[in-house]
Write a protein that binds this ligand. Sequence first.
Ligand code: SF4
Ligand code: SF4
Length: 345
Amino acid sequence: MSEAITQAALLSLVDDWISGGRTVSGPSFVKEGLLLYEDLQNAGQLALGKVIRPADSIKKYFLPRHEELYRYTFAGQNTCLENIDLVPVERVIVGARPCDAAALPVLDKVFNWDYVDEFYTRRRDATTVVTIACTLWDDQCFCTSVGLGPAVEKGSDVLLLPLAEGYEVRCLTEKGQRLFAGKTTPSETMAAAPTGPERKFDTKEIDALLHGDYENPVWRDIALRCLGCGSCAFTCPTCHCFDITDEGNASGGCRVKNWDCCQFNMFTMHASGHNPRSNQAQRQRQRIQHKFRIYPDKFGEVLCTGCGNCTRNCPVSLGVLTTMEALASSDAGRDATENAASLKG
Ligand code: SF4
Ligand code: SF4
């Protein structure tokens, strides 16, 4: 036995959430061909049809692109600080892709590690994630290569699995159960598990390459194409780097947190002018090393859900998958001089 909901009942429920005062977000076309996660005014704006995935990710609901941390004013010799007591909106994200939801437990680790980031955790607590299992994928998708899949439950409060008509409803947390209580009907039909994209690389082999082959010329070759635009990181569900700066004038201002990206040449620039990652090859290597070696060494899992956004949104079609394929096919026996020269200047 399972629980099910029709498409019409789901859309009606979404309208009820909105009219009941919740902020509801989900995939929505903002213009022809551009699907993003958007706040919905009504269920009709929700794109549940045959589309692969939004061009952005749901991380923006937990780690906004820009946010104020506190404000300050100068009064003579004194500085007055004003804390921002964040009360997040009660949000439901409906129609999230499993590769977006799966990023949340990965991010939870870094935002609760040596310091609990309350801006992040309060938003996490106030948000319920309703995921729909994927029945479509494209050449950029590789969730199955990183141990996930099109119906993975990780990070979701509710997983909806498409049936011939409507959805099988799997409530996975108390938040999810509260949201769907009394809204589903018992069903004899169980959704078939979707297979997902073919496995494209083995993370264990990549791990061995990253540990043992730091000077691989692949980084130089990739860097020749990379524009350093940051699109890969900004559309990634798991990239989470930010910069903290002051914005204000002689009378006061605010301390703000903005998204940042390891592909920007200023990302590691020191005040002295020294930059430990002074070229794009080093920056590309860092991104992949962080996702597939450093983060797993520290937190036990890769910093990637295989969503493919980094390749799909890259103006020169780079991204993790392209890099992985280049790494996996790189010539392990190449000349040592070439290795040593590969990342210089
Ligand atoms: S999106 Fe592509 S071009 Fe832009 S920084 Fe990332 S890899 Fe480089
Ligand atoms: S690194 Fe690329 S494939 Fe992996 S989660 Fe980020 S955008 Fe998706």
